[in-house]
Ligand binder design. Structure first.
Ligand code: WT7
Length: 649
């Protein structure tokens, strides 16, 4: 089995709290044996508190149905004082946000001093618009610094933001506005990605048609193109913010006040609003950001995710700024102007830590090495991945070609719900194996369950649960604590169930095998198959739909849709196009079916339950592994499904 020791260049000179394997073992034991003491120390040392906490964890997984977990419950703070003010005092001229726009020549450097002024102005502008502590704000923007200013401005006022990824449709924005009861939406005229414009303001206008809850829409001007305008509702960012004072006292919050809501898909129903709170989330993201990447004072840190996902929240904005580092924000796409964009960018800014997703690595590897080797990448020290399992080939390409064999790869496993990284190598300490997220971080206690719900000791493969609470984990689902409990805490009583499968090898290394629920992960985007199905059956021609994932060489998983037509309807490419359009309108541009198969019926048990395992096996190209199909109501359907199976061209 391949094992890569930490290159000396990475292990030497670490100043992090966990620089070695010995330090890791000690931290892991401390956090496992006395989590209160461990995390209270982390939280009080790392964050700027108005009133430092004296209480660690309150509650447990056994009592979670009655009351959500709390961490640092008597602590009081405003998290922007940790992310901004103390750095603006100590190092006002250090670059906080380093922005590279769609055009590579378009660069902005926002120092901590400037960040304080910009966020204060934006917060004052929002206050003028009526925003108060505890109220919700939807942020629907591209990757511009103002998106980070907007998040932090909400936090400054104790308001709760919910960032919606700029690819979501008007329907999806409306659902989220309604679910969280937003009073204000912050957007921009157009987004810019790979020289294409995205009409963000127009989507917001359509989302808010007939909605009465949203009083104000604050619009950042990115391109200056024409947009619709509702004079009573819409306000230009540049006008409101320019007029505002750059002094905005931060509103004091409890550690357990919500910081943000982020919607994420599950196996059933509409996306859930996962709630993260102030103190525990910031302590955890700050700690893991420093420890996993081995953050050093002069690092130029680049995470090329989008702020619309948890990765952008935790590891572009909150963790990095809490740590006073220089964090890059990237507006464009990895292939614009060509497939060398990331690596040229590394040289342009002297990036030392680079964090991306396996799907991007696979897509770029497919373009050939010359796009990489034309850059020096001399500055790189740590390379991270997140979002889905990374196949060993892509891992090796990242290691050999991008990292020149001199960088450690940190394959970080975590989820929207975990708030921060949970199973991951520690750059200066952990030897790696291609495809493994390696070992649990301090405070994380993974447990594998077999199919009889027994705990697997030692090596084995099963369902991944986490046994012990940690400060960064989600506290609830917005307005639906019962759903939170039902989704994560009822499968295995006393444990947090992740929804992932996992194998543990002889060295105790963890290999995530993918979702075991009806969730698919396409290019690192989490989508529920039930969401796809409900949109597809809303089309007039469609009687039933069954959607599953299948292995896709670039995207990780592709989307395979089995469609049963209404009587009298016929399959056609026009119909497929029409169905794609509906998906795009109801969910967003990223919700695309890769393969359609029109079938006479779905395989159902006599009690009418769809046997998804059969759909999955056929889509995965393994029709011979269907297993027991004796409970099927109509075995003939399976033959038709097998005979008509589709494969990627
Ligand atoms: C799901 C969470 C965490 C930020 C991005 C995705 C999968 C995530 C890895 C990894 C294997 C991974 C899991 C997880 N996943 N990272 N390093 N190796 N799988 O956040 O949308 O909440 O999705 O992504 O299946 O459950 P998310």
């Amino acid at each position: 089995m391949d094992r890569f020791e930490v290159p000396a260049r990475v292990s030497d000179g670490s100043s992090s709290p966990v620089p070695t394997m010995a330090a890791y073992r000690k931290a892991f034991m401390d956090a496992t044996n006395d989590p209160d003491a461990f995390w209270l120390k982390v939280a009080t040392e790392r964050l700027a508190w108005r009133t430092p906490p004296t209480i660690g964890l309150e509650g447990s997984y056994h009592t979670i149905a009655e009351s959500p977990l709390r961490w640092f419950g008597d602590g009081r703070l405003n998290i922007t004082e940790s992310c901004i003010d103390r750095h603006a005092d100590a190092q006002p001229d250090k670059v906080a946000l380093l922005w590279e726009g769609d055009d590579p020549a378009d660069v902005r450097k926002i120092t901590y001093g400037e960040l304080k002024r910009e966020v204060s102005k934006a917060a004052n502008a929002l206050r003028e618009l009526g925003l108060k502590k505890g109220e919700r704000v939807i942020i629907y923007m591209g990757m511009v610094p103002e998106a980070a200013f907007a998040m932090l401005a909400c936090a400054r006022l104790g308001a709760i933001h919910s960032v919606v990824f700029g690819g979501f449709s008007a329907e999806a924005v409306r659902d989220r506005v309604r679910d969280c009861g937003a009073e204000i939406v912050i957007t921009q005229d157009f987004g810019l990605r790979g020289s294409r414009t995205i009409a963000l303001k127009d989507v917001v206008d359509r989302a808010l048609e007939g909605e009465h809850g949203v009083n104000k829409v604050l619009v950042f001007q990115r391109t200056g193109g024409d947009v619709g305008w509702s004079p009573d509702r819409d306000v230009w960012w540049h006008e409101a913010v320019a007029a505002a004072s750059d002094d905005c006292p931060a509103v004091e919050c409890s550690a357990e006040d919500p910081l943000f809501i982020l919607y994420t898909s599950g196996s059933t129903g509409k996306p859930k609003g996962v709630v993260h709170t102030c103190g525990g989330y910031l302590a955890y993201t700050s700690y893991t950001h420093e420890v996993v990447f081995d953050l050093r004072p002069d690092d130029v840190y680049a995470c090329v995710a989008d702020v619309g996902w948890i990765t952008g929240h935790s590891y572009i904005v909150y963790g990095p700024l809490a740590n006073g580092c220089t964090s890059l924000m990237f507006e464009s796409v990895p292939t614009y102007p060509d497939a060398g964009r990331y690596w040229d960018m590394v040289d342009r800014h002297g990036i030392t830590i680079f964090y991306t997703a396996p799907t991007a690595i696979r897509a770029l590897a497919a373009q050939g090495d010359s796009f990489v080797t034309r850059s020096s990448r001399r500055s790189l020290r740590v390379l991270g991945t997140v979002g889905e399992p990374i196949n060993p080939d892509a891992w090796r390409w990242y290691y050999d070609v991008v990292g020149n064999g001199q960088c450690n790869i940190v394959d970080t496993w975590w989820q929207t719900e975990t708030g921060g990284m949970a199973i991951a190598p520690i750059a200066p300490a952990t030897a790696t194996k291609p495809g493994s997220a390696t070992l649990p971080l301090p405070g994380i206690v993974p447990v594998l369950m077999d199919d009889k719900d027994r705990i697997i000791r030692g090596p084995g493969e099963g369902r991944l649960c986490l046994a012990q609470p940690w400060p960064g984990q989600a506290r609830t689902v917005w307005n639906d604590h019962a759903r939170f409990v039902a989704t994560y805490f009822t499968h295995y009583v006393g444990y947090y169930f992740t929804g992932d499968g996992c194998r543990r090898d002889n060295d105790g290394y963890h290999w995530i095998t993918g979702r075991v629920d009806d969730v698919i992960n396409v290019s690192g985007h989490r989508m529920g198959t039930a969401e796809f199905e409900s949109v597809l059956v809303s089309a007039e021609a469609v009687a039933e739909a069954g959607v599953v994932g299948f292995p896709h060489p670039i995207k990780g998983q592709g989307v395979y849709a089995y469609i049963v037509l209404q009587p009298g309807q016929a399959a056609s490419t026009e119909l497929e196009t029409a169905l794609q359009k509906i998906l795009r309108a109801q969910i967003g541009a990223h919700a695309k079916v890769d393969l359609f198969q029109f079938v006479p019926g779905l395989p159902k048990t006599r009690s009418g339950k769809v046997m998804r395992r059969i759909l999955r096996k056929v889509a995965e190209g393994e029709p011979e592994k269907l297993g027991d199909i004796s409970t099927l109501a109509d075995p003939g359907v399976v033959e038709a499904i097998k005979a008509g199976a589709k494969r990627l061209a």
